[in-house]
Design a protein around this ligand. Structure first.
Ligand code: NDP
Length: 292
């Protein structure tokens, strides 16, 4: 029998999250708190420009005071750090996002560490990474947070499930593993040195692919009934976007699957807005106003 997976519609779910965020912004504004987001874009990488434009538009729609600070590709490390420091000090700024990757020659880790942790809406500062591991309040990296939010809003519970994550980046794989653990999943993390990847993937109740290799995860690796989260964004030979999972093949086995585009990507932006509002509320001592 051929199963056809249901689609985990990240686009529609992200819209729902953004509506919730907009309502929280309205509540905060009524209490005199105006969430502000500053996106720092260094250089003119076309993909980054598209991402930044989408973030800017979504934040504006949610009522967040957003601005993109564009710096030339030859910006020095010192000047970039000075800009971050200026934003740290600005009380109108609740969230700071430095769009990665930075042009060659700039030290990303140093820049991320320079962002005030309470304004680090990308959740990459070591203090926020530690908070995630320790289970204390912090700001969680947007893409893994988006994966969990999509599962939550789709009624998929991770407790007791075997979650297999392919990819161990600081941005996606590692924080997603922590979030899944916190939801009482049993977690396996695979990477480029993993042997017998297909066997690991085949044991998963939930597969999360965050690799950056088009269609690496083959459809027949997917256990019947598994849930598939495809984080990957790759440009296919025909110029179209494809994920890390063979969508057609996997859809025959999976019970639910995210498309690319329209899956985790929109959720990532929604969680950025959610983090910005949370950061603004906490900084004003008014987090209780927006608690779910
Ligand atoms: P990284 O390049 O930082 O990490 C890729 C990971 O995949 C590494 O851990 C690497 O292993 C592993 N890997 C590479 N090749 C293989 C292989 N053949 N088999 C198994 N594992 C492999 O990428 P990111 O985590 O930043 O991003 C991953 C993908 O997700 C990209 O396509 C990116 O564009 C996309 N992305 C999408 C977002 C969204 O909003 N939807 C947001 C962020 C990223 P090792 O550690 O051993 O090198």
């Amino acid at each position: 029998m051929t199963q056809t997976a249901s689609i985990l519609d990240g686009k529609a779910t992200a819209l729902a999250v953004r509506e919730t965020v907009a309502a929280k912004v309205a509540t905060l504004v009524a209490a005199g708190v105006h969430p502000g987001l500053r996106v720092v874009l260094v250089g003119d990488d076309p993909a980054s420009e598209v991402y930044v434009r989408n973030k800017d538009r979504a934040a504006t729609q949610a009522g967040i005071d957003v601005a993109t600070i564009k710096l030339p590709a030859n910006t020095s490390q010192a000047d970039l750090l000075a800009e971050v420091e200026r934003l740290n000090e600005d009380p109108a700024v609740s969230g700071i996002l430095v769009q990665l990757p930075l042009p060659k020659g700039l030290d990303e880790a140093q820049v991320v560490c320079a962002i005030a942790p309470e304004k680090d809406v990308d959740g990459l500062h070591p203090a926020n990474v530690a908070a995630l591991v320790l289970g204390t309040p912090g700001l969680v990296s947007c893409t893994p947070a988006g994966c969990i939010e999509l599962l939550d809003r789709s009624g998929i519970d991770l407790a007791g499930k075997h979650v297999v994550i392919v990819g161990r980046s600081q941005l996606v794989g590692k924080p997603l593993a922590q979030l899944a653990l916190a939801r009482n999943a049993t977690v396996t993390i695979c990477h480029s040195r993993t042997q017998n990847l297909a066997e690991h993937v085949g044991r998963a109740d939930v597969i999360a692919a965050a690799v950056g290799v088009a269609k690496l995860i083959q459809g027949d690796w997917v256990k019947p009934g598994a849930v598939v989260l495809d984080v990957g964004i790759n440009r296919g030979e025909d110029g179209k976007l494809v994920g890390d999972v063979d969508f057609e093949g996997a859809s025959k086995n999976a019970s639910a699957i995210t498309p690319v585009p329209g899956g985790i990507g929109p959720m990532t932006i929604a969680m950025l807005l959610s983090n910005t509002v949370l950061a603004a509320a906490r900084q004003a001592g008014k987090a209780h106003l927006i608690e779910d």
